[in-house]
Design a protein around this ligand. Structure first.
Ligand SMILES: C[S@@+](CC[C@H](N)C(=O)[O-])C[C@H]1O[C@@H](n2cnc3c(N)ncnc32)[C@H](O)[C@@H]1O
Length: 382
């Protein structure tokens, strides 16, 4: 039902367009974020063990606790400012916020006492869940929910961070046809969505490939890929609001040279529905997730243009090991488990940690740290 009525709304939008088509980015925007019918409009348990997909915070507290360790280091690098503001963008069910705050309160009360926590979340349903999960802190900490535009320019000293946010931004689809860059548009015929190729809707698509140093016109006929212009706009907006501090982005993706490998001829777009994945974005409209990998070179180059310094780009597995995941694994192996329940808990946690660092899975995610006004201090203490 949901599926059909969202399809109907998308069709109406297509019909209202003078060319009877919308860009794929506009289609994806409606499928994921239509305020009533989009995939993220309702919280129907889509993330988690029984949902469509899971993320690192669903594998236990280790991920959030190690991120918290990273934030303490960043706070010290900045000279222990008060307030030190953490802005979590796309916080989902609030699991990560919960793990970070619990750990800081318990083990780093000096940092916790300087903390201000802001959540930028697009889904109203997730905001409700986040507020419920974080109510524990209402008396001891200021937590605000704001949109990015509600945060004043040049106002944040601290760290903006996200886990699996950018892969959820609507992307443009492009292809090479007759040796030209063409954009994929969505139209409809006989109550089904169809794709149409035409000239790019914006010159920003060509500019994008110049930005990341990819000569897209040399790619073979039929080569198809995605361009995440929303990521560039997002980084500009975040950078404008950062006065001094860091932007930490964790997501799956690659540098441009690997992302736009000519052998990856059909791009990285993936859809998730009940833990299975495929690449047809026109199925299960509004009830399946649609994502595309992140081009980290684009974030680095755009960051430079916004006055950010690229401090580190690494993989999640290495990043977490540097923050102490290896020690955690070691102490887990020395844990004396007395009961069957203890043994099961240890096995489950060890399995979760291995998933966090598996280079073929979450461990291969990209971790990008960018900074503003922190350069030399970061080098000496990082
Ligand atoms: C794949 S989920 C990841 C959730 C969480 N970070 C995690 O790791 O479990 C993407 C999240 O980003 C949110 N989101 C998407 N676009 C956003 C935007 N422009 N601003 C804020 N949140 C956004 C979604 O509503 C959702 O909460």
């Amino acid at each position: 039902m949901n599926d059909r009525s969202l399809c109907h709304l998308i069709s109406q939008t297509i019909q209202q367009n003078p060319h009877q088509r919308i860009t794929f980015a506009e289609y994806m925007e409606m499928a994921l974020y239509h305020p009533q019918l989009g995939y993220y409009a309702a919280n129907h348990g889509q993330i988690g063990a029984r949902g469509d997909f899971f993320t690192s915070p669903h594998l236990g507290q280790d991920f959030g606790e190690l991120l918290a360790e990273q934030f303490v280091t960043l706070w010290r690098v900045l000279g222990q400012p008060k307030p030190f503001t953490l802005v979590e963008m796309g916080a989902g069910q609030g699991l990560l916020s919960h793990d970070i705050l619990s750990y800081l309160q318990r083990y780093h009360s000096d940092c916790f006492s300087c903390l201000q926590y802001v959540i930028v979340e697009r889904s109203a349903a997730f905001v409700v869940e986040q507020k419920h999960r974080l109510q524990l802190w209402h008396s001891s900490l200021q937590i605000d929910w704001r949109s990015l535009t509600e945060i004043d320019p040049n106002s944040i000293t601290g760290c903006f961070f996200s886990n699996e946010l950018i892969d959820a931004f609507p992307v443009h689809l492009v292809t090479i046809a007759h040796q030209k860059l063409q954009e994929v548009y969505v139209s409809d015929r006989d109550q089904a969505f169809i794709e149409i190729l035409d000239q790019p809707s914006t010159s920003r698509l060509t500019d994008y490939f110049n930005l990341v140093g990819i000569d897209i016109l040399t790619y073979p006929e039929g080569y198809r890929t995605e361009v995440n212009l929303a990521a560039l706009d997002w980084l500009q907006a975040v950078s404008d609001r950062l006065k001094r501090g860091f932007i930490l982005t964790i997501d799956y993706g690659y540098p441009a040279a690997r992302y736009y490998n000519s052998r990856r001829s059909q791009g990285t777009l993936q859809c998730y529905h009940q833990h299975s994945h495929h690449n047809n974005p026109y199925l299960h409209v509004g009830t399946q997730d649609i994502t595309a990998h992140v081009d980290f070179t684009a974030l680095e180059r755009q960051g430079e243009q916004c006055g950010l310094e690229n401090l580190e780009f690494t993989q999640q597995g290495l990043f977490l090991m540097r923050l102490g995941l290896g020690d955690r694994l070691m102490s887990l192996s020395q844990t004396e488990a007395k009961t069957a329940h203890d043994i099961q808990t240890v096995i489950r946690r060890r399995d979760a940690i291995h998933q966090l660092i598996n280079p073929m899975g979450l461990g291969g995610f990209g971790v990008l740290l960018q900074g503003k006004q922190v350069g030399s201090q970061w080098v000496t203490s990082g």
